[in-house]
Structure formats: structure tokens, C-alpha cells
Design a protein around this ligand. Structure first.
Ligand code: ATP
Ligand code: MG
Length: 174
């Protein structure tokens, strides 16, 4: 497996900046793309996923719908016109076999998939995924975002999202 490359590291100083990053990344996503959302409880994985989903639904001309956290349902799916979006939360999944029962590996090929707590995927973890790791910082409302993944697919979309998302000052050069 190719080593994960650190594509970008930035500080998101508010919920608004996190949402802006998600909305700016959303247009680049196409069927077959997988985003793995890592980070502790409350780090902002669902907040970021919601922003991506909301942006894609809006682009598809869909009325804004409720976007619940998949904490209990494990998977929520959305019809975003050109593609389906799967939003999964695998926190409660103990056995990787459950990921197959949920249909995730198939969806990785056919939909845009956003997966919180992807550790449960084990062998089913796709190699070409974009990994977004969120970390809580001591300053209230701030998160560090680290983006890793194959450069050929993800360097462009991540750089563009970063540029559009606003006045970030962290880690010059990255
Ligand atoms: N910069 C920020 N980005 C994202 N969320 C933030 C930020 N600052 C504060 N928050 C708050 O942190 C919380 C993040 O909750 P969220 O449900 O997105 O976390 P999560 O990582 O999905 O947690 P879980 O592991 O329980 O699924 C929200 O209450 C949100 O308002
Ligand atoms: Mg969550």
C-alpha cells in the first residue's frame, strides 16, 4: 500500500470555516470517491460531512433536507442527482464483516462515501481514499485539519478547498 501523503494541514477557527472547507471540497467529488473522517468524539466529522452533503444537494437543486448524524442508523444515503452520497458512522461497528453487510465496499465504487470512524473498515479500507483528520485545539471553536491521501487524485481538490475556505494561516507552504 502506498504511504499516505500529507497533502495539507490547516486550522479551522470556527464551525463556519469547517463548513466552508466542506462546501468548497464538495464540487470535486465524484462517484467512486471515498472520504474517511477521523478524529475524536466531537472533533467535527459530522459537521464537515454535513457541509459536503448540503453543498451537493444544493448543487443538484434539492431542497435542503435534514441531515441527521448516522450514529444510530450507521448509514444515511442521499440522492444528489449525478451521484448517491453515503454518509456512514462506524463507531458502533465491532466486526469488519458488518461493513460488508451494510454494503459499504460496493458503495465505495459507485457512490460518494463519507465515513466517520473508518478504523472499523480494516481490510475494506480503500487505498485511494482522502483521509481528513480533525483534531480539537485548546482554543474554543478551533480544529486542526490534516488531509492525507494519494496526491494525484486529491492534492488539487484539497488545495482548491483550502484556498476557497478562507483566511487560514497555519503551516505556510503546506
Ligand atoms: N471548527 C469547528 N469545526 C467543527 N465543529 C466545531 C468547530 N468548533 C466547534 N465545533 C463543535 O464541535 C461539535 C462537533 O460535533 P460533530 O458531531 O461534528 O463531531 P463528530 O466528530 O462527528 O463526533 P462523533 O465522533 O460523536 O460522531 C459541534 O457541536 C460543533 O458545533
Ligand atoms: Mg459524528
Amino acid at each position: 500500500m502506498a504511504p499516505d501523503i500529507l497533502l495539507s494541514e490547516l486550522i479551522l477557527r470556527s464551525v463556519r470555516e469547517t463548513a466552508a472547507f466542506g462546501a468548497a471540497l464538495a464540487p470535486a467529488l465524484q462517484a467512486g470517491d471515498v472520504i474517511l473522517l477521523e478524529g475524536d468524539v466531537g472533533a467535527g466529522k459530522t459537521h464537515l460531512a454535513r457541509a459536503i452533503i448540503r453543498a451537493r444537494l444544493a448543487a443538484a437543486g434539492k431542497e435542503e433536507e435534514d441531515i441527521p448524524s448516522p450514529t444510530f442508523t450507521l448509514v444515511q444515503t442521499y440522492d444528489a442527482g449525478s451521484c448517491e452520497i453515503w454518509h456512514a458512522d462506524l463507531y458502533r461497528v465491532g466486526d469488519p464483516a458488518e461493513c460488508y453487510e451494510l454494503g459499504l465496499p460496493d458503495a465505495f465504487d459507485t457512490a460518494v462515501c463519507l465515513v466517520e470512524w473508518p478504523e472499523a473498515l480494516a481490510e475494506a479500507r480503500p487505498e485511494n481514499a482522502l483521509v481528513l483528520h480533525l483534531e480539537m485545539l485548546p482554543e474554543a471553536g478551533s480544529r486542526r485539519l490534516r488531509a492525507r491521501g494519494p496526491e494525484a487524485r486529491w492534492a488539487g481538490p484539497v488545495a482548491r478547498a483550502r484556498r476557497l475556505a478562507g483566511p487560514d494561516t497555519a503551516s505556510p507552504g503546506k
